[in-house]
Design a binder for this molecule. Structure first.
Ligand code: GDP
Length: 298
C-alpha cells in the first residue's frame, strides 16, 4: 500500500519536484525564493506552509547555493513538522460505553466505505462495534451500509428511507448500551434539500445523543475526498463551523489525488487526522504516518 500512497501524492510531488528541479543549483536570492514558494503553493501545500518553508530556506542560507536535494530535505522536514502535530489515531476510551463516533461528510466522499473500514479495524482490535444507519435521506445509503455491516460482521440499526435519523440514533445507543457495545459508529446524511437542513439534522442527532450521554458524540469525524483538492478545505470550513468536527479522515489517497491538500488542511485547521483511506476494501484504512507522507511528497 506504500505504492498506492505514492499515487495519492503523485500530483503534489511531481509538481513540487518538477519545479524545484527547474531551479538547478540556484542561489537562494529573493527571486528564487519566490519561485520556490510558488512551487509549494502550486503543489497544494497551502500558503502558510509555503511561507514558512520559504522563511526557513531564507534563514542563514541566503548567500549559499543550495542543491535541489537540500531544499527537498528542508521541505520534507517542515511538512513532517506540520503533520506530526495533527496525526492522532482515534482512541477508544469512553466510559461509560459505547463511544459514539458520528461520521459526517458530503456524498461521494467515501463516508460509507470509511465507516466499514473503521468498523473492521476496531473489530480487529477486539472492540464490539455497532453501526447506525443515520443517512435516511437516500435509500441506497441504508442498503449500502447494511451490506458492509454484513461483510464486516457487525450489527446495524436502521430504519426506513425518509425516517427520523435522530430516532434511529436514539434506538442504536439504547441497544448498544444494552448489549455492551464498545463503539457505535453513526452514518449521517451527506446531502439534504440544502445546507441548512443538513446542519439542522446533524444538530438534532447531536442533541439526542447528548441527552442520552452528555459526552456523546465523543467524536465527530469528517470524511474528505483527497481527489477534490482545495474543495476539501472548504468542506472543513463549512462543517467545522456548524457540526463541531473533532477529527478528519482523508480518503482516496491511492488514486490521482492531490494529497498535498492534507498539509494545507493540517496547517490551516489543526484538526486531528485520524487515518487515511487508500482503497475501496475494508482493509484499506491506514494509520497516518507524517514521516512517510513527508518523504513521499518531497
Ligand atoms: P459516501 O457517498 O460518502 O458514503 O461514499 P462511498 O463510501 O459510497 O464512496 C464513494 C466511492 O468512493 C465508492 O465507489 C467507493 O468505493 C470509493 N472510495 C471510498 N474510499 C475510497 C478510497 O480510499 N480509495 C478509493 N480509490 N476509492 C474509495
Amino acid at each position: 500500500w506504500h505504492d498506492k500512497l505514492l499515487g495519492g501524492f503523485k500530483r503534489t510531488s511531481d509538481r513540487l519536484i518538477g519545479n524545484l528541479a527547474g531551479l538547478g543549483a540556484a542561489r537562494l536570492d529573493t527571486a528564487t525564493l519566490d519561485d520556490i514558494e510558488e512551487a509549494l503553493i502550486a503543489s497544494d501545500l497551502g500558503p502558510q506552509t509555503a511561507a514558512r518553508i520559504r522563511a526557513r530556506l531564507a534563514e542563514g542560507s541566503f548567500e549559499r547555493n543550495m542543491e535541489e536535494l537540500g531544499i527537498r530535505l528542508i521541505v520534507a522536514e517542515e511538512i513532517e513538522k506540520v503533520l506530526a502535530k495533527v496525526a492522532k489515531p482515534l482512541e477508544i476510551e469512553a466510559f461509560p460505553r459505547p463511544q459514539v463516533i458520528l461520521v459526517i461528510g458530503v456524498n461521494g466522499s467515501g463516508k460509507t466505505t470509511t465507516i466499514a473500514k473503521l468498523a473492521h479495524l476496531l473489530m480487529e482490535q477486539d472492540y464490539a462495534v455497532m453501526l447506525a444507519a443515520g443517512d435516511t435521506f437516500r435509500a441506497a445509503a441504508i442498503g449500502q451500509l447494511a451490506t458492509w455491516a454484513e461483510r464486516v460482521g457487525v450489527p446495524i440499526i436502521s430504519g426506513k428511507e425518509g425516517g427520523d435519523a435522530a430516532g434511529i440514533v436514539y434506538e442504536a445507543v439504547k441497544q448498544a448500551t444494552a448489549i455492551g457495545t464498545d463503539v457505535l459508529i453513526v452514518d449521517t446524511a451527506g446531502r439534504l434539500q440544502n445546507k441548512r437542513e443538513l446542519m439542522d439534522e446533524l444538530s438534532k442527532i447531536r442533541r439526542v445523543l447528548g441527552r442520552l450521554n452528555p459526552a456523546a458524540p465523543h467524536d465527530v469525524v469528517l470524511v474528505l475526498d483527497a481527489t477534490t483538492g482545495q474543495n476539501a478545505l472548504s468542506q472543513i470550513e463549512v462543517f467545522s463551523k456548524d457540526a463541531g468536527v473533532t477529527g478528519l479522515v482523508m480518503t482516496k489517497l491511492d488514486g490521482t489525488a492531490r494529497g498535498g491538500v492534507l498539509v494545507a488542511a493540517a496547517e490551516k485547521y489543526g484538526l486531528p487526522i485520524h487515518a487515511i483511506g487508500v482503497g475501496e476494501q475494508m482493509g484499506d484504512l491506514r494509520p497516518f504516518d507524517p514521516n512517510e507522507v513527508a518523504r513521499i511528497i518531497a
